[in-house]
Design a protein around this ligand. Sequence first.
Ligand SMILES: [Zn+2]
Length: 308
Amino acid sequence: MGLLPLARTAVDRGSDRRVAADLFETIRADGATRVMYLAGGRALVRDNALVLLEPPAAGFGDVPVYLGRTLEDAQVPLGTDVVLVTLPEPDPGLAVGGGAWMSLRECATHLGALDAGLFVEAAAVANWHAVHTHCPRCGAPTVPEQGGWVRRCPEDGSSHFPRTDPAVIVAVIDEQDRILLGSAAAWAGNRYSTLAGFVEPGESLEAAVIREVAEESGVVVHTPQYLGSQPWPFPCSLMLGFTARAGNTDARADGVEMSDVRWFSRAELAEAVSSGEITIAGPISIARNLIERWYGGTIIEPEANARA
Ligand SMILES: [Zn+2]
């Protein structure tokens, strides 16, 4: 599997620089520093590029995050420090030079590697800050430290680090080289995708693959093979892509999480998608990449169903 859309990056996160106590003062004084703003998961985008602005005179706000230093000569020079500032809502004043506030899903496949990497990093760490404001041990409000990559409890001194939830996603293939796709009960329309689920505490990735497929479809798989990963900051997942061979083909939906599970040959899938009978996940997703890896090429969708 090639490099996935959200796995692209061109940022040196600079963990060594995060520890400097005067990090934000130093880089705010540097006119070359740029700020990425995020509001409700949306960033300012213009001409398929993030709008990165000069540091505000008033400072970076309560929870700035040091995203790192650019490793690509793009709209900013190589080596530019970039700081994330999260706003409660989009500020129209920031868009005076043009651009629109866009979600990662809307724009990711149109962004270059630098901007995609910055956006994914920013979204993931901002989502963590948003729901980890208090100490899980004693309940006291925590204080961001180390460039926004640690929150410390002033009461008991404990340090808390950003969380990522691993989830496995699996292309299950049978002896006739068909793929198993499922339609989740929660999804609108006839959308089908590869089976997926969160890794549970104390579980290996391989065990999670076997358990999730059995739970959702009744199919017992063997020899899970890892193919690749990409962060999925909606809000804080890491998707780990696998393929696995089916030991049986009598798939049935659990009726709770999944409303249907179904085997597709290549011809059947192409026909179901092109006719509009079903929709599949968009190009940004690892699901689409797993399906097309099995399919052996791009799957053409009717215009009306094509999504980013
Ligand atoms: Zn505490």
